[in-house]
Ligand binder design. Structure first.
Ligand SMILES: Cc1cc2nc3c(=O)[nH]c(=O)nc-3n(C[C@H](O)[C@H](O)[C@H](O)COP(=O)(O)OP(=O)(O)OC[C@H]3O[C@@H](n4cnc5c(N)ncnc54)[C@H](O)[C@@H]3O)c2cc1C
Length: 504
């Protein structure tokens, strides 16, 4: 073991990123991963000739000329993957009224469609669209405080950041800093209200949605042509090419500590590995309360893990269908006329992903369609203890979805060749994310604006990366978080932070 050796827990996006930057800066790193493959929640798996993509819906900042693009270049992502600009973010289909609205990259068209839907809300629609345009023009979309970790920002950096945000300041306070669900209470049309609340999540601040629309309008939202599989593989390849090592099916059960310094890890099979530095890019709750036994918990951490809400977990139902969907957008939100129950909750709508934009996911003429429904952790976690009831419930939910799809795509039931259902329990089993929270903390206004330290007070040589220290998660923040810990490490070791860009 040397000062320069680094152990990383977790080969999700944050762990792989931390590994790449550690290698670029002369540290010898190795990653221990619980699952048999990399990616964490950016997961893809094969079933009966279909490729199911259970992760990333879109990537932001995939075009050259932005700091984010440089991050993707450093990690070998853009050299290998192809991205398809999103022109329709989502279609909203209201079963009760039969009305449908497309949220398009053409903001003029979007404004006009929303005003036709609800003339009484014209002023509010104008306000939102003009906010999105201001965001788009401001240039702050791609690097809001991410280039450097907050820990390393000096007053000049902070001033620069404030200056770069001068045109959009007003959107980070007042009504635009409130959750969309609150803001949307002023909306007259119930359908428009539902659309606004479901553009992302009802709890996100209004500014978050303005940014989303700005990215869409700026053609900075891309679909992954090769899905999570190719995306993750490209970073794993980059890591290995830099000399990094990953061990799969290697669950860390304890972080070894001596004299308040992290010195290594113990795996579930009892083997111990020593290192000068330990980085956890794994689930936050288990890192802090299990792997470290709750020994380095201050009042802020207690507050966070007691009171902050987690993102609501989901059931994901994927169908392999012997049918093409040539004219459908890749995402449709169905607002159901007849909700159905899962446990104690009613499903009033679901998002459908249609993987019709790439040949990667299904044989020619066939398509994967995938419904994503919010659900409860406790319900599925309890149900799983009785495997036959659990499986039966998965089958029932798949049937409910299919019967709804039948109304929109007649005969689809007879064309289904493959059905796959994953639950919050599945998310936990493969990634160990607390209560199946696939993106960590719920991105509310407070959580999004609260920086979480990457270190634990009282514990030296230990860092955290990933969605549990980047509230709201997401690909860019998680990749940046891996970069951040190595930047902090380099500063600690008194050396410049280095990056490199691989050739194709
Ligand atoms: C369905 C879905 C859609 C999404 N859509 C988008 C999107 O459109 N755009 C976007 O930007 N983001 C999106 N995200 C979010 C983004 O993918 C995640 O925030 C990000 O991938 C999280 O990466 P991570 O490395 O922090 O965590 P994880 O992916 O959870 O990785 C943690 C890794 O640590 C491993 N691990 C945990 N405990 C241990 C242990 N004890 N020992 C060893 N290994 C361990 C896990 O197995 C896992 O591989 C989406 C996520 C999902 C699930």
């Amino acid at each position: 073991m040397t000062e320069k050796s680094v152990i990383i827990i977790g080969a999700g996006l944050a762990g792989l990123s931390a590994g790449c930057y550690a290698q670029m800066n002369g540290y010898q790193s190795q990653i221990f991963e619980h699952h048999s493959k990399p990616g964490g929640v950016a997961a893809a798996w094969e079933r009966q000739g279909y490729l199911i993509d259970g992760g990333i819906h879109f990537l932001m900042g995939h075009r050259p000329g932005q700091p984010l693009y440089d991050l993707y270049r450093e990690l070998g992502i853009v050299q290998v993957n192809r991205f398809l600009d999103i022109t329709t973010y989502s279609r909203f289909m209201d079963e009760a009224s039969g009305l449908r609205v497309d949220v398009t990259a053409d903001l003029d068209r979007l404004a006009s469609d929303l005003k036709i839907l609800s003339p009484a809300d014209a002023r509010l629609v104008d306000e939102l669209i003009s906010g999105a345009r201001v965001m788009q023009r401001s240039g702050v979309l791609f690097d809001v405080g991410m280039g450097k970790p907050p820990e390393l920002m000096n007053p000049l950096d902070q001033l620069r950041q404030l200056w770069s945000m001068r045109r959009v300041f007003k959107y980070f306070s007042g009504k635009h800093a409130r959750p969309m669900a609150e803001y949307a209470q002023a909306v007259h049309s119930p359908l428009l209200r539902q659309i606004l609340e479901n553009l992302f999540l009802p709890e996100v601040p209004v500014w978050f949605l303005l940014m989303l629309l700005a990215l869409l309008a700026d053609k900075q939202m891309g679909l992954l042509e090769g899905g999570c599989l190719d995306f993750v593989h490209s970073i794993e390849e980059r890591y290995k090419a830099l000399g990094g090592q990953v061990t799969y099916k290697a669950t860390v059960e304890k972080i070894l500590v001596e004299n308040d310094r992290a010195v290594g890890v113990r795996l579930a099979d009892g083997r111990e590995h020593q290192a000068g530095v330990v980085i956890s890019a794994a689930d936050g709750y288990s890192t802090i309360f299990k792997l470290l036994g709750g020994c380095y918990v201050d009042s802020k951490i207690h507050e966070r893990y007691r009171n902050w809400k987690l993102i609501r977990p989901t059931v994901v139902v994927s169908f392999g269908v012997a049918r093409a969907f040539p004219s459908e957008p890749s995402s449709i939100v169905f607002l159901l006329k007849n909700p159905f129950a899962i446990g104690s909750q009613f499903v009033k709508g679901f998002a459908l992903r249609i993987f019709n934009y790439s040949a990667k996911f299904a044989p020619p003429g066939k398509t994967v369609v995938q419904a994503m429904l919010e659900t409860e952790w406790n319900y599925w976690n309890e149900l799983e203890k009785d495997r036959s009831r659990y499986d039966a419930e998965k089958g029932r939910v798949a049937g409910e979805i299919l019967s709804r799809l039948e109304a929109h795509y007649p005969n689809i039931s007879s064309q289904v060749e493959m059905t796959d259902v994953s639950t919050p329990y599945t998310t936990w089993r493969y990634t160990l994310n607390h209560k199946g929270a696939y993106m960590g903390w719920l991105p509310t206004p407070r959580e999004l604006m609260t920086p979480i330290p990457r270190t634990l007070s009282g514990l030296a040589n230990f860092y955290m990366a990933g969605q549990w220290v980047m509230p709201g998660g997401g690909v860019p923040p998680c990749l940046y978080s891996g970069r951040h810990v190595v930047q902090i490490l380099c500063r600690r070791d008194g050396k410049p932070f280095l990056t490199s860009i691989p050739r194709v």
